[in-house]
Ligand binder design. Structure first.
Ligand SMILES: *Cc1c(COP(=O)(O)O)cnc(C)c1O
Length: 219
């Protein structure tokens, strides 16, 4: 079914929107199957599991980290990670800076912003993120490439609420882009949209959707 799911999804979205296939808790065989059908971007939420999968799978896969990243786990993924979607505080940034420097590379990161009503989802509040950017410590982290924003909408059937939350994330992206990153082409990603809300996310300006269940089935 993976091929059919991917084909259907690709046909239903604009070409420029990237699909992160969220493969957390799925075995390498399943990921290999999606790879064989042309998928190259995969997202995982546990550092050690990600490292093991990285070692077993083709090296042209772009691995993305999504979800809560503990500082003591950054070292496992720093050598190869393509994008971290969940930069949510200064201490985590400083650790990513340290590990990226140790690996002589720059690691692209998204500012995760808490846009949902649920307490459970991580990220800066909008004001915390404003303060983080205003403080400017990130300018002293040349190995961390701030590349945009990420957010998760409330898990609800209320489409108006979901849309409002995605719209907030897009407006924060525009605010930060204008104020700090107008001359930084790399600051360009808005990671929003999952299986149950990606069509709304795309209408509201998503550049990157993170899809697990719709591609791989229930975890
Ligand atoms: C698990 C997860 C996804 C994928 O969720 P689905 O509903 O299965 O598409 C996307 N983003 C994050 C941060 C996740 O943890």
């Amino acid at each position: 079914m993976i091929k059919e799911n991917l084909d259907k999804l690709r046909k239903s979205i604009p070409k420029e929107v990237k699909i992160v296939a969220v493969s957390k808790f799925h075995p390498v065989e399943t990921i290999q199957e999606a790879y064989n059908h042309g998928q190259r971007i995969f997202g995982e939420s546990r550092a050690q599991e990600l490292k093991e999968k990285y070692e077993q799978l083709p090296k042209d896969i772009e691995w993305h980290f999504i979800g809560n990243l503990q500082r003591n786990k950054v070292k496992y993924i720093a050598p190869f990670i393509h994008l971290i979607h969940s930069l949510e505080n200064e201490r985590l940034m400083l650790e990513i800076e340290k590990q990226a420097a140790a690996n002589q590379r720059q690691i692209p990161c998204l500012l995760q912003i808490h846009i949902a009503q649920e307490e459970t989802k991580g990220g800066f509040s909008p004001d915390e993120c404003r303060q983080f950017l205003a403080k400017g410590k990130w300018k002293e982290c040349p190995h961390v490439q701030l590349s945009g924003v990420m957010g998760m909408a409330t898990f609800t059937d209320n489409e108006d609420q979901i849309r409002k939350e995605f719209r907030l994330l897009k407006s924060l992206f525009d605010e930060f882009k204008n104020k700090y990153f107008a001359d930084v082409p790399a600051f360009k990603e808005i990671s929003m949209g999952m299986t149950n809300d990606y069509p709304i996310a795309i209408e509201e300006g998503s550049t990157m959707i993170r899809i697990g269940t719709l591609i791989f089935g229930e975890r």
